[in-house]
Design a protein around this ligand. Sequence first.
Ligand SMILES: Nc1ncnc2c1ncn2[C@@H]1O[C@H](COP(=O)(O)OP(=O)(O)OP(=O)(O)O)[C@@H](O)[C@H]1O
Ligand SMILES: [Mg+2]
Length: 665
Amino acid sequence: MSETHAAIKDQSATRSLLRLWPYVRPIRTRLFSAAFVAIVASCLGLVIPLVLKWIVDGPVAEHDPGGVWLGALYLLLLGLAEAALFGYRRWLVARPLARVEAEMRADLYRHVQRLPVSFHDRWASGQLLSRGTTDLMLLRMFLAFPLTFLVVNAVTILAGFAILLSQQWSLGLVLLVPVIPLVILCSLFETRYSLVARQAQDQVGDLTTVVEESVLGIRIIKGFGQHRSQALAFRELSRRLRGTELAKARLLAGLWGLITTIPELAIGAALVLGTVQVADGDLSAGTLVAFLSTALALRWPVESIGFLLAMSQESATATARFFEAMDAQEEAEAPGASTSHSSGELPPGAPQGAAPLEPLEPLEPPRGSAPGPASAAASPADRAPGALPPDPRSSNAGGAELLPAGAELGAVDQAAGIRFEGVTFRYPDAADGSAPVLSRIDLHIRPGETMALVGGTGSGKTTLTALVPRLHEVSGGRITLDGEDIAHMTRERLRGLVSVAFEEPTLFSTSVGDNVAMGGGSPDDLERALDIAQAQFVRRLPQGVDTQVGEQGLSLSGGQRQRLALARAVVGRPRFLILDDPLSALDVHTEALVEAALRRVLQDTTALVVAHRPSTVLLADRVALLSEGRITAVGTHQELLRSNAEYAWLMSGADDRHDEGEDGR
Ligand SMILES: Nc1ncnc2c1ncn2[C@@H]1O[C@H](COP(=O)(O)OP(=O)(O)OP(=O)(O)O)[C@@H](O)[C@H]1O
Ligand SMILES: [Mg+2]
């Protein structure tokens, strides 16, 4: 995600980390007590030099072995207390922090599930994966160590310096001098480190994407003998990541080197000065011992600041990356979106457009015709130029009995079914000024009717079908189901009404039965759906419907997967059925069987079926021809064959498309 680099650059680390507060809030008491315990433990460590001073100036100077033993006992007790307190701190935070991590991960997953399809079109899956794994792990570690220890160490250093200055202020000042260059150094380091840290985390995301894609696409990679080039690509990415990690290490090593050398030099200087003072009799030996051991005890808090800062910096970028995904807009429900089925139950705020009985005014009348609102479904209202008038014998072959006679059709029936009204669509990430994928689509699929959607490859058929379950939002115009604008329905309800089977049948790593049952329905429906989809092969699988399928269903054949996807689409007896070329992977005989069964299902639903082959088209009552983003003709198969050259060409070439290719047009 290179475009995100720039945006993040100037975001301060603290500001990023502050966004973690809502997650940390519930465990703040624990965290604060843990920090307090750590401060006490750390300051106990500073008492040790004072006991040493007492031993040297007291029992040692007075040659009193009993006093020395007593002093040793004190030291032991202090050490034990310090260790116990640090252990207690660990125990205090371990469990709550694991919970914070789990909560953030759950939140991310939930959010990602609700993000619109257009988000997933844009984002590489590996980038999401690395955010949910490495980044969150970094954050947990940050909350466990750097967050606490930056505070603990700061307090310890302050307390230590207070002790040092009170022991012998001139020596204390010698040690204080290096603080200034250290502070400057750390801030310089922070800015440079944050850039490489971000780069490294993004590169981990890229690497994850390559691994994921190559695992999912392993058949293609092997089939085309691409494993070597894939390995090269991987090696190149990991080489780059290694370079970034090395740059990180170099920065850290430089900082660490200076952070250890400078205080060490100061301690050396203090040692020389102190020894001179002891020789001159200005300082007791015990004070010098105490002074130096305090200085040495402070070495760790000072030195650790380097890597604590580095870890904080990485956590800040991890937080920023986490919230980049979390900040992406979820699919919003329209205000007052209706969840009820009848207009009478509409919530007060619901837009009137949602009322099914409202007479419909097409937003943009189709070219070449001027339909009145009362024109019946059989009128040219939904007919594009070039389409023939309906042929009473051949149209509605399958669903004719479901349609009331034309004379009885009123506004209600005109609204019923699926209506596209002046629908325009362009992909959100399409280049500015590019033509929309779909423009001014006016189409009416009458209740109970099956409409086939035919068009050349890339003409926008899949895009059109994806608009009905609102996988993408229309850019203009509207789509209504039985007169109700889908933009005013909750997605949950809409997706309960509409069932889909896509071109690429995707299955999940669970049992065959669960995969199909995703579409709803009861166990009886499952059997029925399997019959309709001619998926009897399921019963011959080792555990029947309980057989587990591999990742993405790759353990099944393409046709088997397609039939399961079809079963999933029909199992819930949906009111509206959208099938995107559902029979493409079946052999002619299976196709005929599925078609026969499907014909029965299509009788009681309103369906839009993308079709490439004449055999599939024959399932439909009418056909709509999509050409360059517009519906250019609507009519029965026979009508269009006779009247529309493009349609005739598409259908004639359909069986030997591979020979003709696209330029045969
Ligand atoms: N997520 C996307 N972002 C941007 N453009 C897209 C996206 N998906 C498809 N397109 C473009 O939209 C156009 C229509 O694609 P669509 O998948 O709807 O065609 P189709 O009619 O289903 O073709 P086919 O018969 O090959 O399945 C194509 O030019 C395609 O490049
Ligand atoms: Mg398609």
